[in-house]
Structures are given as C-alpha cells and as structure tokens.
Design a protein around this ligand. Structure first.
Ligand code: NOJ
Ligand code: CA
Length: 542
C-alpha cells in the first residue's frame, strides 16, 4: 500500500505531553515520561500520536498561546528530548502529529511585543490585525462566549484595538501581511526537519478577515492552504495536514480543496449526532448528517472522534438540538461551557460499558480515521471543579499508587489534581488493573483497534445505508475492492429482533467479528438475529 496515504488506515491517539507521565517528579508530564509510555501505546495498537502544543507559552490556553515557535517549553524537556521522542515513536511504527497554531500567537510573543511598540502601518505592527474602530468586522461571531465579549481588545500602548478570535491574550496573526506567511513556512520547515509526520492546523478557518463577512472559510484562507500544501508537496512530501475546521459539512469538506489543501479534516458535524442518535434511540441524526456530507477526494480522509481536549462542541447543531443535548447530557450546569459540554466519554455514557463500546464501534465503523482521546480507552472520568476545559485534562491514571502512577511529586505539586470522584478515582480506574483483567475496557479497545487494522475496508471503503424497519437500528455496509462488511448498531436500550437481507455479503455463511460467531443463512439470504440493548455487530462473509 502507498505509504504516503498512511493516514487513511491510521488509528490516532490524542495526547497532551503534560498529562501523560511525569519523569522528573515536578508534577508535570514531559517528553521523557511520554517516551517511557510508548510501549503502552504500542501495546494498545495505535499507529499515530497527536501531541498537543509543547512550545514555550504562558499557558493561559494550555499552550495554544505560543510565545516561541522554535523550541520546547522547558517544563516538558528540551529539543533533544523531542528528537528522541520522534525516534522512539518511529521505532515502534507510530507516526507523530504535532500542532501548527498559526491563527494567533500569545500576546507574550516577541512579534506582538514588537508590534505594540512599532509605528502604525509599519511592517512590525502589521504582523497582527489592528483597528481604530471596534465595530469593524462586526458580523464575526465570538467563539469563547463564556470568556470574551468582543473580538477586539484595546491596547493602551499601541493605541489601537487588536483582533482575536479566541482569548484576548491570543492576538490573531495578520495573514494579509506577506512576512507572516513566510514565518509560517519557516516554522513548518523547522519541525518537518525533525521527521514529524503531520501537523494539526489549529483554528484554520479564521486566518483572514474581510468586511461584510463572517470572517470564516474565506477564499483567501483556502488560497493560503493551497500554497501551504503545494509547499509541503514540494519540500516535505508525505507530511500530512489535518484541519481543525469546526463547520457544517459543506464548509468543512472545502478544507480538502480538490485534494490540494488538507489531507485530513476533523468531521465535527457527525460527532454530536452520534450522541444524539444514541440518546434519542434513533438513527436519523446520523444518517442525515452523513447524507449531507459531500464526497471527498481520493487522497483525503476525515478524522472522526468522540471526545477531545476541548468541550464537546455544539456549535454545529440547531438551537433546538443544542438544548436537547444540554438537557440530556449536561443536566449539571457546571458541565456546560461556551456552546458545549465539558465531560469525558465515560461520564457522558453514565459509565455504562455497553454504551461506551457502542459509541466506539460507531466511531470505528464510519468512514474516516478514528482519533481516540487519552484515558478514554480505560474509561477515565473528569473533574468539574476545575476551570475551563481543564476537567478533561487531568493526569493519566496508570496504577493505584501515589498520583495514580502519573508522578512521584508531592500531590500538591501536580499541574492538576487527579480525578477525585470515587467512581473514577485511580484506585478504581487505572491502566495496570485493566491490563491485568482481560475483560477490561482497555483489552476491549485494544481488540477493536487490532480488528480495525485488519480491515482496510473501514479506512478506505464507501458507505451504503440499509433500510430496516426499526429506527433504533442503524445498518450500513462498507465496501472496498472485494472487501465488504455489514455493520449493525442497536441504539436502543431494548433487545430487538432483526431480519436482514445479507445478499450483499454473497455467501451462505456469515461471521461476526467481535465474537467469531458464525451465522447460517437461509436460501433467501436472510439473516435472523437478536440484538441486545446497545448491541453491535460487524458481519463479513466467512
Ligand atoms: C482549538 C484548540 O483545540 C483549543 O484548545 C484552543 O483553545 C483553540 N483552538 C484556540 O487555539
Ligand atoms: Ca516533569
């Protein structure tokens, strides 16, 4: 298989360096700690690791506020540790994806410090976006609604307002200024030289600003991405670009261009609809959104996910659906933030193993490459007493020892406390315990990953929905070359009978892949079976 398309068959694991393992006992996870735990990730079976920003930063947005793009924040180690990490990941056939946060920098970045002192309209000032009038671009929405009142903030020393789509301490870089674009190419070259395999493009829809527009998905932004991609293809062939573009399907798919922008792109719209389908016990939200999703170029791939380090975003659902989701999944008001929900998967699933499995099977069955969030493979919980999105960024739980095996530091020194909730406490939920128990969620997830890796059809195949009478049952087939698989999902809490025409699999014997059960098929090619509550099946001919 063409290795340049590795991302089509990947299993990505999202991991903040800070949260995984502290090697030097200062209470903060670091690269040496992450290296120690690569064997664990290899055992789990993931094929790529996406690490969150590790650059020098005041950490007012957990590192998405960068003050130096060219080195490692000393709290995580040094550049040699990073080099070593990449080598150790590669030795285990694990690809490395890092962040390219280019929409904005920290206000502590020397570029910004220089800009505020430089004369108006000078080269230095123009690294950022300025205005005398805070009414400019007034159609543009505010993303961090719980924290910011405007996208403009007055700067006393500069004597102007500066533009920011996120926190006020994250001024947007000015992509209309050619030197800014050149800086981005330099940053890319620098990290590509370490052998990184991919870059996640943070907040990519917001690069340019234009009057009378939403300031999102502008043509200019797409033109820049085409330039970036051409540059990659010329200088760093095979390096993958993953867009973070939280948009409706059409706008989102535009980030693939015609196969000449990003290789990958998070499927934001489908994510909340998986949760809706489950709660409503109705497949229609899932089917509708996938039917609205345009076909994408051959060399491109969606990145699908259930949870990540941010809130479960409800920006791309109707007002009615947003309230439904909040009512159903975030009755505790503390769980609501901006336009989303700040809970982990296990908590959203009421810690019910069947539902956790079902959601993961859905994730692994849909077109796209699944992205897992660290800790969800053992069903970690969260901590709503922490601010902002920190409650889902707590230390990884390795064992039942001090600090859950994350760190030998005095507990008061941890960057964040471990999850205090007794149901999710590290004494109960930890890697060691789950490795020792072959029935654990860890082993189940590991098995799911191993199965998926044998099935090219899941990474590459097309999708066809199959109509069945009960709306709680979602059935679809995936096909790739001669490979075919039938996927059965029971979204309801009831046991249901199903009669299904399986002609598509073309044999008289059908095998279920999770339990190796073989079903005989009658002459009419009809399969009769029972689906338990939140049950799922992967059927192939066999
Ligand atoms: C998206 C990141 O995922 C989020 O954590 C961050 O706060 C914003 N972009 C701003 O960089
Ligand atoms: Ca440390």
């Amino acid at each position: 298989m063409n290795d340049q398309l590795w991302y089509k068959d990947a299993i990505i694991y999202e991991c903040p360096v800070k949260s995984f393992r502290d090697s030097n006992g200062d209470g903060i996870g670091d690269f040496k700690g992450l290296i120690e735990k690569l064997d664990y990730l290899e055992q789990l079976g993931i094929t790529a690791i996406w690490i969150l920003p590790f650059f020098p930063s005041p950490l007012r947005d957990d590192g998405y506020d960068i003050k130096d793009y060219y080195t490692v924040n000393p709290i995580y180690g040094d550049i040699e540790d990073f080099r070593h990490f990449v080598a150790e990941a590669h030795r285990r056939n694990i690809k490395v994806i890092i962040e390219l946060v280019i929409n904005h920098s920290s206000d502590q970045h020397p570029w910004f410090q220089r800009a505020i002192k430089a004369p108006r309209d000078s080269d230095e000032r123009n690294y950022y976006v300025w205005s005398d009038d805070p009414e400019k671009y007034k159609e543009v929405r505010i993303i961090f609604q719980d924290f910011e009142k405007s996208n403009w903030t007055w700067h006393e020393e500069a004597g102007q307002y500066y533009w920011h789509r996120f926190f006020h301490h994250q001024p947007d870089l000015n992509f209309d200024h050619p030197p800014v674009q050149e800086e981005i190419f330099r940053i890319l070259d620098f990290w590509a030289a370490f052998g990184v395999d991919g870059f996640r493009l943070d907040a990519i829809p917001y690069l340019f600003e234009r009057e009378n527009s939403s300031g999102e998905n502008l043509l200019e932004t797409h033109d820049f991405l085409k330039k970036l991609r051409a540059y990659i293809d010329k200088n760093h062939k095979g390096v993958m670009l993953l867009a973070e573009a939280n948009m409706w399907p059409e706008d989102s798919a535009a980030y693939f261009g015609e196969g000449d922008e990003c290789h990958m792109n998070f499927h934001f719209p489908v994510m909340p609809r998986l949760y809706m389908g489950l709660k409503k016990m109705d497949r229609s939200p899932i089917i509708e959104i996938l039917n609205q999703t345009p076909q994408i170029p051959e060399n491109c791939q969606w990145a699908t996910f259930l949870r990540n380090h941010d809130e479960l975003t409800l920006e791309m659902v109707t007002l009615e659906d947003r309230h439904y989701m909040w009512d159903q999944y975030a009755a505790d008001q503390r769980a609501r933030i901006n336009l989303g929900i700040r809970l982990r998967l296990a908590r959203l699933m009421d810690n019910d193993r069947r539902k956790i499995e079902l959601m993961n099977v859905l994730l692994f069955s849909l077109p796209g490459t699944p992205v897992l969030y660290y800790g969800d493979e053992i069903g970690m919980g969260d901590d709503l007493t922490q601010e902002d999105r920190n409650g889902v960024r707590t230390p990884m739980q390795w064992n039942d020892q001090i600090n859950g095996g994350f760190s030998e530091a005095d507990t008061s020194l941890l960057y964040l406390p471990t999850v205090p909730d007794p149901e999710y406490h590290f004494s109960k939920i930890n890697v060691r315990k789950q490795i020792d128990d072959t029935d654990s969620l860890f082993h189940w997830t590991k098995n799911l990953i191993a199965l998926r890796k044998q099935l090219n059809v899941l990474g590459r195949g097309d999708l066809q929905f199959i109509e069945v009478a009960n709306k709680s049952i979602l059935v679809f087939s995936r096909s790739y070359k001669s490979e075919k698989i039938l996927i059965l999902i029971n979204l309801s809490d009831q046991q249901l009978d199903l009669r299904l025409d399986v002609t598509i699999l073309g044999t008289n014997k059908i095998k279920e892949l999770f339990n190796a059960h073989v079903y005989p098929i009658d002459e009419d090619k009809v399969l009769n079976l029972e689906l338990g509550a939140w049950d799922y099946k992967w059927l192939v001919s066999g």
